[in-house]
Design a protein around this ligand. Structure first.
Ligand SMILES: NC(=O)c1ccc[n+]([C@@H]2O[C@H](COP(=O)([O-])OP(=O)(O)OC[C@H]3O[C@@H](n4cnc5c(N)ncnc54)[C@H](O)[C@@H]3O)[C@@H](O)[C@H]2O)c1
Length: 324
C-alpha cells in the first residue's frame, strides 16, 4: 500500500454508512460520520450502538444456538463434553467492553471541517447522481490533496461522480454489500481516470480490515452497469417480481421456494425489503439508462409503485412485508 490510511470519514450514516463506519471503528480506526442534521447524526449514532449491541448478543448466544441447531437437524443429543468443546470453539469474540471501545472511536458531525485531515472518505448517501456530485465537490475542497474519495454507489457512474472533483485519479468505487457488518465482499470499481495507485491502495486497505466475522474481500470490477453482483442479482429479483405480478405464486411462497429450493438464506422479497425498495428502484433505473433502456426483458411495475407509495422495506416499517 502506497498511502498510509489512518484517518477516515464517512458521508451519510444511514443503513450502509452507519455499518461502514462501525466496521472502521471495529478495526481500531477513529471514524467521523457526516450527516445532514443533528437529528440524523443522533440516529446514526444509535444505529451503530444498536448494531454493536446485536453483535454482542450474537457472539454471546452463538454456541448455544449452534448446539440447538445440530441437535434439531441431526436429531441427536450432544454430550456435556461435546457441548463444552463446541462452546470453547465458538467462544464470544465481541464483548460489551469491546463494543464500548469501538463506540468511543465513533464521532458524528454536520461539519465539513472534520474532513480536512482525512486520508480516506467513503460516501454512502442516497443513490442520486446530483446529490453525490455535490458531495464529491464538497469533499474535493474539504479533504487533503492526497485523500482517496470512495463512493459506495450501487449503480452510478464512478467517472461521472469523479467529474465533480479536481482529482478524478483519487476517486474510486468501493461497493459494500448489505449488511457489510456480516458480508465481506467489496467491489472495487475504477472510473475512467482512477489512478492505478488509488486502485491498489483501496484494494490493499479493504483487504486489511475485517467485519465482526471475517476479513473483507475486495474484488476489482469494471465500471459496467450494475457492476458484478447487482447485474446477476437483478436478473433474479426481476424474475421474482414478474412472477409475483403474474400471480404465479404468492409472495411468501416465492420466498419459500427460493430458500428451500436453491438454498438462498433469504427469499427475493425479504432481500428486497432489507436492501430497500428505493435503493433497488434507483439501481434498476440506472442500469436501464446505461444499457439503453432494455436491461429488463419484462420491466416490472411493482417496484415503481411501491417506491412512490413510500413502501421502502424494513427502513420504513412497510415493504413487501409489514414490519410494524
Ligand atoms: N441499502 C443497500 O442494500 C445498499 C447496498 C450497497 C450499496 N448501497 C448504496 O449505499 C448508498 C446509501 O444507501 P443506504 O441504503 O445506506 O441509504 P439510506 O437512505 O439508509 O442512507 C442515506 C443517508 O444519507 C444521508 N444524506 C443524504 N444527503 C446527505 C448529505 N448531503 N450529507 C450527508 N448525509 C446525507 C441521509 O440523511 C441518510 O441517512 C447508496 O448509494 C446505495 O446505492 C446500498
Amino acid at each position: 500500500m502506497v498511502l498510509s490510511i489512518r484517518k477516515i470519514g464517512v458521508v451519510g450514516g444511514g443503513v450502509m454508512g452507519s455499518q461502514i463506519g462501525g466496521i472502521i471503528a471495529l478495526n481500531g480506526f477513529e471514524v467521523v460520520i457526516k450527516e445532514i442534521s443533528k437529528e440524523m447524526t443522533d440516529k446514526t449514532y444509535s444505529l451503530i450502538n444498536e448494531n454493536f449491541s446485536n453483535l454482542v448478543t450474537f457472539h454471546k448466544n452463538r454456541a448455544a444456538k449452534e448446539i440447538k441447531r445440530i441437535e434439531k437437524n441431526d436429531q441427536i443429543t450432544l454430550t456435556e463434553d461435546q457441548k463444552i468443546k463446541l462452546s470453547a470453539k465458538l467462544k464470544p469474540e465481541f464483548s460489551t467492553s469491546m463494543k464500548e471501545e469501538a463506540l468511543s472511536r465513533v464521532t458524528t458531525t454536520t461539519d465539513w471541517n472534520e474532513f480536512n485531515d482525512k486520508d480516506l472518505a467513503i460516501e454512502a448517501v442516497v443513490e442520486d447522481i446530483e446529490v453525490k456530485k455535490r458531495i464529491f465537490n464538497d469533499l474535493d475542497t474539504n479533504t487533503p490533496k492526497h485523500a482517496i474519495l470512495a463512493t459506495n454507489t450501487s449503480s452510478l457512474s464512478i467517472t461521472e461522480i469523479a467529474s465533480a472533483t479536481s482529482k478524478p485519479g483519487k476517486v474510486v468505487g468501493m461497493h459494500f454489500f448489505n449488511p457489510p457488518i456480516t458480508l465481506p465482499l467489496v467491489e472495487i470499481i475504477p472510473g475512467l481516470e482512477t489512478s492505478e495507485e488509488t486502485l491498489e491502495d483501496i484494494v490493499a486497505f479493504t483487504a486489511s480490515i475485517r467485519n465482526h466475522r471475517v476479513k473483507m474481500q475486495p474484488i476489482k470490477v469494471k465500471e459496467v452497469p450494475g457492476f458484478l453482483v447487482n447485474r446477476i442479482l437483478f436478473a433474479m429479483l426481476n424474475e421474482a417480481f414478474a412472477a409475483y405480478e403474474e400471480g404465479s405464486a404468492s409472495l411468501g411462497d416465492i420466498d419459500l421456494a427460493m430458500k428451500q429450493g436453491t438454498g438462498m438464506p433469504m427469499g427475493p422479497f425479504e432481500l428486497a425489503d432489507l436492501i430497500g425498495v428505493d435503493v433497488l428502484y434507483h439501481i434498476q433505473e440506472e442500469m436501464r439508462k446505461m444499457n439503453g433502456g432494455n436491461v429488463m426483458q419484462r420491466p416490472v411495475q411493482i417496484l415503481r409503485k411501491m417506491y412512490h407509495a413510500g413502501k421502502l422495506g424494513k427502513k420504513t416499517g412497510k415493504g413487501f412485508y409489514n414490519y410494524e
